[in-house]
Design a protein around this ligand. Sequence first.
Ligand code: KIV
Length: 275
Amino acid sequence: MYTQPATAADRKPWTVPMLAQAKREGRKLAMLTAYDAGFARTMDAAGIDLVLVGDSLGMVMQGHDSTLPVTVDDIVYHTACVARGLSTALLLSDLPFQADASPQRALDAATRCLQVGAGMAKIEGAGHKLEVIRYLVEREIPVCAHLGLTPQSVLRLGGYKVQGRDERAAAQLMEDARAVQDAGASMLVLECVPTPVAASITAALAIPTIGIGAGPQCDGQVLVLHDVLGLDGGHRRPKFVKDFLAEGGSVDGAFRAYADAVRSGAFPDESHSYA
Ligand code: KIV
């Protein structure tokens, strides 16, 4: 089984093809969000595999109550900062609200992210986004899809709620998951999805799933920086977050404890998941 060595100097930089390889080999992926070079450097040294410049920055960095005000300029600025702190982790950038409303807009935004160091663009939703995903992938831009609770849909959803709870919604999620894979996505974030639904999707796909509130059977996990450090990010703390600073004893220790818990399967447990 391929495992990254513990010391940073011996680690190979993550590439997109290594993600599917990790899934095939049953190696769980540890992902966190970051917004600056300092935290990114500490995550990289701690062995975090994937770092996301999430549009969560609108809430935890800028103090908004949703991700909707985040702009492409914001994401590009923070992507450039985070890129300077990474040497082995793969960097993903979120395409913010409406930056992926058309294939050409998405291409423009994603190109800017890749030109400052991102290795992948993340896109929320399926539906008309399938065309966007296909368009980017055909133009050499690797894409991570994001389904379940998609925070950019907060107005339509009427809040931040668990998705895929009834049979019809679960079937739609499965259909969307297969469709984003077929459109060329290399990875899929599943947010706030019942554990059995996320487990079935994970089993059905060849690309890795990264869960956040989606149970332990996903191929990896992601948490927001502020949540993994137990900070008050200015939003209600959902049940899927865990303060790893408490057990890690330092910021570096928290990132290492999180990575270890993801890889061993100790996090998330039932108390961080939806039945
Ligand atoms: O914006 C973000 O930080 C995200 C993660 C929570 C997956 O999309």
